[in-house]
Design a protein around this ligand. Structure first.
Ligand SMILES: [Fe+2]
Length: 384
């Protein structure tokens, strides 16, 4: 009788309730003009891959598609967090992709037993897309949000009023998307599942680490979830003839502050980053771009309210950036809007914690709109 019931359950697909599941993602990371990383999470260990197809009008199942796996020193990776780098893409081109994970039931010695496969539903829902960056694109649009602190309703409002799947090229998370990172769960509950729901499977986001993302037990795994092309939380990318420099300000208080429980070493880290930044502003990619935009969570604005982290950023980064013909620096952190044209050789826009920035860059310059949660445009700026 039990056996009959088991057969009936298998035939009816009831058993699939026990099968491996994709519980988060997929989302795009570290997108460049030729590569992209696809990330997702399964509920159990799996061997995973991404299948990629061009947008050529043919069905995804027309051909056996090229497969990409996550590898570590030549070995394919088994785990629950899947981070697959797709390479060999063309600039300014849209590709279709599907993800798949094969459950690992047991690893005994060198032997591995596999179970079921879970994948994105290309047949019914269609494939998801990788739009590679394009240094030659004449006009780009992006949305910047910061200091969301896991308040999903803010994200929903920003995306409703500022994000358009047809025209928005990318989203910038400019720090403090969560208040701390005690676990993987808070990353997904706090903002990432919402990003995936709206856009992140098909439109890239670039994450600028805020001081709050340095806190909590899972903070050391930041790069596992948000890899960059440099392997560090500071990096660059070019889109639409604009060179973006994403900087990491570290923590805001002195390293010795009791709040950090002897774990902060940001003074040395920021010095190391400044050495990298010196090379970046001298690079051909930076110099040859038509415009340069800097993304940084903590605003390096002088004043009696300046804290230690900001002070060091100001001392280390601003002299380097002053020589680089920067169009604008976009910041957050202080939860209040302000605009500064006397703090550096370039303007600084500080976004509040209840507005998003809608930015358009074209041949005319950089246009920044500060948009409230009700969709009202509160401030506008134009930069050359
Ligand atoms: Fe902050």
């Amino acid at each position: 009788m039990k056996r009959l019931l088991l057969v009936a359950m298998l035939l009816c697909g009831v058993w699939s309730a026990q099968a491996i599941k994709i519980i988060h993602g997929p989302y795009l990371q570290a997108v460049s003009d030729t590569e992209a990383t696809i990330i997702w999470v399964t509920d159990v260990d799996a061997l995973s891959w991404v299948e990629v197809a061009p947008e050529d009008g043919k069905h995804f199942y027309y051909l056996d598609r090229e497969k990409f796996y996550q590898t570590h020193f030549g070995k394919r990776v088994i785990g629950t967090l899947h981070q697959v780098r797709v390479t060999g893409l063309k600039p300014g081109t849209k590709y279709r992709y599907a993800i798949a994970s094969k459950e690992v039931l047991e690893q005994k010695g060198h032997r591995i037993s596999y179970g079921q496969i879970v994948s994105t539903n290309v047949y019914r829902k269609g494939a998801q897309t990788i739009p590679t960056l394009d240094p030659k694109k004449e006009s780009i649009e992006f949305v910047v949000m910061n200091d969301v602190h896991a308040k999903i309703e803010k994200m929903e409002a920003y995306l409703t009023h500022c994000f358009d799947k047809n025209t928005t090229d990318m989203v910038i998370f400019n720090g403090d998307m969560v208040s701390s990172v005690p676990s993987e769960k808070i990353i997904f509950d706090g903002f990432l599942d919402t990003a995936v729901k709206h856009f992140a499977s098909d439109v890239p986001f670039f994450y600028v680490r805020g001081n709050h993302e340095t806190r909590g037990k899972c903070a050391l795994k930041f790069s596992d979830y948000f890899p960059t092309t440099t392997g560090k939380p500071y990096y660059t990318f070019t889109h639409g003839n604009t060179f973006f420099i994403a900087l990491d300000g570290g923590e805001d208080k002195p390293d010795s502050n009791i709040e950090y429980y002897e774990t902060a070493a940001y003074d040395a880290y920021r010095k190391e980053e400044a050495e990298w930044l010196k090379k970046v502003v001298e690079s051909e990619e930076c110099k040859s771009a038509k415009r340069r935009i800097v993304l940084l969570h903590m605003p390096p604005v002088d004043g009696h309210k300046m804290w230690h982290g900001t002070k060091q950023i100001r001392e280390l980064f601003i002299p380097i950036l002053n020589k680089a013909n920067i169009s604008v620096m976009l910041c957050g952190h202080v939860h209040k809007y302000s605009f500064h044209d006397d703090q550096a050789a370039f303007p600084i826009v500080v976004n509040s914690f209840e507005d998003a920035l809608k930015v358009k860059v074209d041949n005319g310059g950089v246009k920044v709109e500060v948009v409230g949660m009700d969709g009202a445009v509160k401030h506008t700026h134009s930069f050359k």
